[in-house]
Ligand binder design. Structure first.
Ligand code: FES
Length: 151
């Protein structure tokens, strides 16, 4: 694990719950890594495959989709639809040689500030242990060089 690697994490957070949980963590002064770039969405049901893959293509090392607790989505089942998309996206990632562990769906309520911070800490550590997004390295021509250096 490269302790110097500072991953970039894109987190699509539902406005009603996980975004509020991130806010609560902040106002409660609960610290979590600053690697996360939050994109607020009205509901995780709004997060489509194109958003997830665009985040990876633009250089994210990990992507988190954080929605309301199951049964508490303000749009009935947007979070469940998002969960299915995430499962499908993981399969696609795997098929193109990107670790599916770089993508995760989590469910938090607005009152779960401490849990949200803990999720972020664990996810950042997971991505740190995986290393940089291979698609990013390939885009910048570093994959070839790093492969060569191992030969
Ligand atoms: Fe939060 Fe749908 S409103 S996931």
């Amino acid at each position: 694990m490269d302790q110097h690697f500072d991953p970039i994490i894109v987190a699509f957070c539902c406005w009603h719950c996980s975004y509020a949980a991130a806010d609560l963590a902040g106002t409660s002064r609960i610290q979590y890594p600053t690697n996360i770039r939050i994109i607020r969405v009205p509901c995780t049901g709004r997060v489509d495959l194109i958003h997830i893959f665009k985040a990876f293509a633009e250089g994210a090392d990990g992507v988190l989709v954080a929605g309301c607790l199951k049964g508490q989505c303000h749009y009935v089942d947007g979070n469940l639809k998002a969960e299915l998309r995430v499962i499908f996206a993981k399969r696609i990632l795997e098929s193109i040689g990107i670790e599916p562990e770089r993508l995760e769906m989590v469910f938090v309520s607005a009152a779960m500030g401490a849990e949200f911070a803990s999720i972020i800490r664990e996810f950042v550590e997971r991505i740190r242990s995986l290393g940089p997004n291979p698609a990013k390295l390939k885009k910048h021509g570093q994959l070839k060089e790093s492969t060569k250096s191992r030969e």
